[in-house]
Design a protein around this ligand. Structure first.
Ligand SMILES: [Zn+2]
Length: 411
């Protein structure tokens, strides 16, 4: 018999959760440690208590519900995602994964299934990066370094003041590590946030891995000169280097790195006026790949391209890497469990990489991890218009349930 979740109970939860930080345009404003975020997290624990589940909050403020195994020393299979949102986000990103995890625990409990591992539904702290990004999940792996905390995405001052305000400490963040030998794996259900599943008319995405990324600051240096008196052939125009590089990045990636992406997301020209030849152009560029070695090669190729463009226009160029997130392949056995669970429900599947970062990226470093994607209408995400058909949400929850039970039994 194929186990199923209770779609009405999950729908009630979904509506209640969407009201916390809900905006008039149907979106969600639930940034890390905002009032709405606290409200959602308290609600999550309360829903767990109401179902008779154990609750736990660790020293990185990760919020958990547990369905223990008969043997208290059994390992734990983690299921979850995040309840925080971007400033103007949608109702599905992260929240759906946490709700489905909660629903899976209740469904297993209702069915009276005795599993050899504990199940834990977890809401990770600050996935979206109001402060750091994937903060709780990296803390749990023990790979959150003092270096990351020294230069967090939201700025060091904000991190320090927010931790103090909510009663957390950096020591606590670092102490939230869980011994990997106590974990049986991690499963995260998430909306795709892209158009692939919808376009293919496929029910379930099995994530092959979470793409890694490198980001760079690129500065072209030329000479700022009078725009009227400097002949065209006598110029060292930094804007030309920038323009050539933008086109060159596209050409390099599409020609030599199929499946990878690279983007110049910001250009600042100095001094920035009508009548001065640009003397300096500052660009911010990032590139992404699913494979660590390919990411290395892509970094080198783009650096080479920047130097070639600089040479063409008689400029100096300087590249500085400002960040790198390693690609995180998912676990083969976890992918097989997802495939099997979807098949048992008569759902169609396809394998695809995740172009966005997720908590599973962190967990994959220490325990067998996998991700289930459900379709995003129009591929829209990080926007109030974010939407996933309810049937797809229910399908995803049932796949999560089937895969979790399979992994728990074999794990
Ligand atoms: Zn998310």
């Amino acid at each position: 018999m194929v186990l199923r979740i209770d779609p009405d109970r999950m729908r009630t939860d979904f509506e209640q959760l969407a009201a916390m930080g809900g905006t008039a345009d149907g979106g969600i404003a639930r940034t890390t440690f905002s009032e709405a975020h606290f409200e959602a997290r308290a609600w999550f624990l309360e829903r767990g208590r109401a179902a008779g589940l154990e609750t736990h909050v660790d020293s990185a403020a990760n919020h958990s519900l547990r369905l223990p195994a008969g043997d208290r020393s059994a390992r734990t299979l983690l299921l979850g995602s995040h309840l925080d949102s971007v400033r103007r986000g949608g109702r599905y990103d992260g929240a759906l994964g946490v709700l489905c995890a909660l629903e899976v625990l209740r469904a297993v409990q209702d069915a009276g299934l005795a599993l050899p591992v504990a199940l834990e539904a977890i809401d990770f702290t600050d996935e979206e990066g109001t402060l750091v990004g994937e903060l709780g999940s990296w803390a749990l792996t023990g790979e959150l370094s003092a270096e990351i905390l020294a230069a967090p995405r939201g700025g060091r001052d904000l991190l320090v003041s927010e931790l103090a305000r909510v009663g957390l400490t950096e020591e606590g963040l670092l102490a939230a590590r869980r011994d990997p030998s106590t974990l049986a794996g991690f499963l995260e259900l998430h909306i795709e946030q892209g158009p692939v599943l919808e376009r293919a008319g496929t029910d379930i995405g099995i994530v092959t891995g979470i793409i890694g990324s490198s980001s760079f600051q690129v500065v072209f240096e030329g000479d700022a000169r009078h725009a009227g008196t400097t002949p065209m052939e006598a110029r060292r125009d930094a804007a030309l280097g920038a323009a050539g590089f933008v086109l060159g990045v596209r050409e390099t990636v599409t020609r030599d790195f199929p499946g990878c992406v690279a983007t110049v997301g910001d250009i600042q020209i100095e001094p920035g006026s009508f009548n001065v030849v640009p003397g300096r152009a500052r660009l911010r560029m990032e590139c992404r790949s699913l494979d660590p070695e390919e990411l290395d090669a892509l970094e080198l190729a783009l650096a080479e391209r920047a130097r070639a463009e600089a040479a063409t226009y008689g400029l100096e160029v300087e590249l500085r890497r400002v960040g790198r997130w390693e690609p995180a392949p998912t676990d083969e056995r976890v992918r097989a469990a997802i495939e099997l669970a979807a098949g048992a429900l008569g759902l169609t599947t396809m394998e695809l990489p995740s172009g966005a970062g997720h908590d599973a990226q962190a967990l994959a470093q220490v325990t067998p991890s996998g991700m289930i994607f459900v379709p995003s209408a129009g591929g829209v995400s990080h926007d109030p218009a974010e939407h996933t058909a309810w049937e797809d949400c229910v399908n995803g929850a049932n796949v999560l349930l089937g895969a979790a039970v399979d992994l728990a039994r074999s794990g």
